[in-house]
Design a protein around this ligand. Structure first.
Ligand code: CO
Length: 134
């Protein structure tokens, strides 16, 4: 059911420093910061030949990244995003297998203007999973 790894997301305590490190030390193609108020994050996308890296920084009062950074002050792996063809079909199948969908269970529009859903990390070996319909 899942397809390509769309991106891997890393929560960072200093977005500019992290973007500079990927640009200069790692020599990657780094995009401009994008604010996503619906998700409570500012995002920088890094284009790799086979996938993307998403640097996440808190935006606004109730950002999910704030509590993550309190637990992981140096930053850390936040989620993996897999591509699916049909997000509603994927969600319904996952719910049937006992997986929990975060929020109200309905897809939101994600950073690439496509519908996304998040699955409970406790149901996936401690790893938050994002699904993106492509
Ligand atoms: Co993501």
């Amino acid at each position: 059911m899942i397809g390509r790894l769309n991106h891997l997301a890393i929560a960072v305590p200093d977005l500019e420093a992290a973007a500079d490190q990927y640009r200069n030390a790692l020599g990657a193609k780094v995009g401009e910061p994008q604010e996503e108020p619906d998700h409570g994050v500012t995002v920088v996308f890094i284009e790799l030949p086979n996938t993307k890296i998403e640097l996440l920084y808190p935006l606004g009062e109730n950002s999910p990244i704030t509590s993550f950074l309190e637990k992981n002050p140096a930053g850390g792996m936040h989620h993996v995003c897999y591509e699916v063809d049909d997000i509603i079909q994927a969600r319904d199948h996952l719910v049937e297998t006992g997986a929990r969908v975060l929020g109200n269970g309905e897809p939101k529009i994600g950073a690439h203007g496509k519908p996304v859903l998040f699955l409970h990390p406790k149901d996936f070996n401690g790893c938050l999973v994002e699904l993106e319909q492509v």
